[in-house]
Design a binder for this molecule. Sequence first.
Ligand code: ASP
Ligand code: MG
Length: 405
Amino acid sequence: MSLIVQKYGGTSVGNPERILNVARRVIATQDAGHKVVVVVSAMSGVTDSLIKLAKDVSAAPTEREMDVLLATGEQTTIALTAMAINNLGRKAISLTGAQAGIITDGVHTKAKIANLTPRKLNAYLNDGYICIVAGFQGETTDGRITTLGRGGSDLTAIAIASAVKADLCQIFTDVDGVYTCDPRVVKTARKIDAISYDEMLEMASSGSKVMQSRSVEFASKFGVVFEVRSSFNNNPGTIVKAETADMENVVIRGVSLEKNQAKITVRAVPDRPGSAAAIFNAIAAQNIIIDMIVQSASAGTSNDISFTMSRDEFPKAKAALEKVVKEIGAGGLETHEGIAKLSIIGVGMRSHGGVAAKMFEALSRGGINIEMISTSEIKTAVIIDEAKLTEAANLVHEAFGLGVV
Ligand code: ASP
Ligand code: MG
């Protein structure tokens, strides 16, 4: 007999019909001879409507009360799921985060799990119960309800899997797994069978967000192997695990796309200490998160500094920089709002040469201009015109042989 943790996201429990579907899946897992812990999210849309309700009664609700409110979303789902399973004749019991032994720090709305004592969980499991745990929540040592940040139910599942030493952790969602590229953009994209934690994190941070990054980091730190798969069919999903030697045989695992980016270039920045600091302090003062930064080689006494950010932040960034340009005596600003980022990711990049060349060659076949380039050990990213993103994604995906064969 093995112990399995299954997490069902908001769409998987989005209505009574789907909760019954989850109940049947869980029972099938138990019938196959396993102990089961189920972690559930709030029904889809519920967390958002709770946030809206709060705003309707208060301009600035306290974070403590926000957590009390948001935790009700998951609490609804655990009760309904347990009822559905009980109604099908099995022993199931619902547990809030606190009841499941999840202790967090006191940072309301984005608490970190500090400790997890699965004593009660283990006792119920040994008694033959299916345990249904509320995702996304915990409590502080002094008994305050906390939540773990948006998408935090994944983290609950991974943390529980680690604490109970589960044999398997399955994250059920509305997609079949992690794809080599967004299938809406690249028709030949296929599901990836296995991916390393680092690749998964790079994919997430460059646009292919299947899961909250914090959950993947936690899994990596504690060595929790998990599978991302769909609750709407029985297809095997994508296994996320520590890197194995054979993973390097595949040069590129996937292509990530990020739309809605913008670029600002500060022209002729005086080449002296403090210029870059002045530019990025002005950006930081506005709490703007920037992505790529490229500084051109010095042209005599000055150079150009370009950087990218999400397009929503662009007006704020531009306004902040207009002042700085005068203060430091730079040449001026040049902007491009309609850009996108395309990244190729794979641990195989470490041991294979010519990867960047192949990517750039593919883009050049489409007459696609590269505006910026950045690299990490397992990623090469380019900034291009957003209007060319679909064409670029297909060319690059094809060049690395990622499509369905
Ligand atoms: N219900 C929470 C959210 O919508 C947590 C989760 O779904 O993972 O962010
Ligand atoms: Mg969710």
